[in-house]
Design a protein around this ligand. Structure first.
Ligand SMILES: [Zn+2]
Length: 160
């Protein structure tokens, strides 16, 4: 690792720690030439295997652009989209896999999207779960109704 200050070709690791979620390692390094310190961070690469067989690096921007289409005309902010994409990435990284199917990425988006906006969720789910009949929509809507806008809160109420 080159020193970013003097371009010396070597550096010494003085400290190394793993982030709480275990996904990133941060290293504190010192240059033996100019003695200045700098940090590096190391994250396992995560790739997405597309249906075409091509694999590409996981991209939050791609998650956002895919979800944004489903959110057209819905009250969903850019901040909410960014948080959703972050949650999706964290969920996928927790699985510990280095490569994930593009279809799996779509399925991972469903849960946080349902919490964000049910209409956008239905649009998105109809593509990713390949709804091909009115019955598929009915079943999904029925499930959403049963779960209510806040699934857990509604489920906690006594049923008569
Ligand atoms: Zn240096």
């Amino acid at each position: 690792m080159h020193c970013p200050f003097c371009r010396h070709s070597d550096s010494r690791v003085v400290d190394s720690r793993t982030s709480d979620d275990g996904a990133t390692i941060r290293r504190r390094r010192q240059c033996p030439n100019c003695s200045r310190r700098f940090s590096t961070s190391e994250t396992a690469s995560l790739s997405v295997l597309k249906r075409s067989g091509v694999s590409e690096p996981f991209s939050r921007a791609k998650v956002i652009s895919g979800v944004r289409k489903a959110c057209q005309g819905r009250p969903v902010s850019d901040d909410q989209l960014a948080m959703l994409a972050q949650r999706v990435e964290e969920t996928i990284r927790t699985s510990g896999l280095a490569e994930i199917d593009a279809h799996e990425v779509g399925l991972t988006i469903l849960q946080p999207l349902q919490e964000l906006d049910v209409v956008a969720y239905l649009r998105f789910a109809s593509v990713y779960q390949s709804f091909d009949s009115l019955e598929d929509f009915e079943a999904a809507i029925e499930r959403l109704r049963a779960e209510g806008p806040r699934g857990a809160a509604v489920a906690a109420e006594p049923t008569s």
